[in-house]
Write a protein that binds this ligand. Sequence first.
Ligand code: GLN
Length: 205
Amino acid sequence: MVGKPLGLSKNAAIVGVLALQGDFREHIAVLRSLGADALPIRRPEELAEVAGLVIPGGESSVMDKMSRAFGLAAPLKAAIASGMPVYGTCAGLIMIADRVLDAIAGQQSLGGLDISVRRNAFGSQLDSFETDLDILELGAPPMHAVFIRAPIVEEVGPGVRAIATLSDGRVVAVEQGNLIGTSFHPEMTGDTRFHQYFLDRVSAR
Ligand code: GLN
């Protein structure tokens, strides 16, 4: 039979998931289910091996401290500056934002996305919620989105595209060049379209 060699799917790229803290295991599982070779990243040498990176949800202030303590912050910034595709979810979105509102004292981000993002933007009344989002880039059906102590994108620079908004217009997903960010957690719902969207960026590069 003529066909593609077994094991060489279109997602065969080696990608990383920042594994300092947060729900990195869930992202690795989703990426592997799509055929990608997904590795946990904790050290600069490991980052050098991958063609794209997911930064998971968790706690951005802790992820920030650990990335600096482990010598990963500078190589991560360099990877972002080089155009490596990076997908940040929730705390990961905060990590790749240029400006963080309601950060803890001394908290830094890696930056790259020309946005202002507000941490824990839904307050204590509404820590977590779920809703369906229409996302043109992903097509039908709407994506079921889970928000957990989620950030909101409050300002976007001229080069940034808002790709999903809540019904009140607040921005919850953005992209700029090879950087993609969502306030919510697609790794928790079984909908793999955002991870595929990220992998398409990796293979296009
Ligand atoms: N509130 C967290 C933070 O500030 C993000 C929550 C999440 O990733 N689910 O980093």
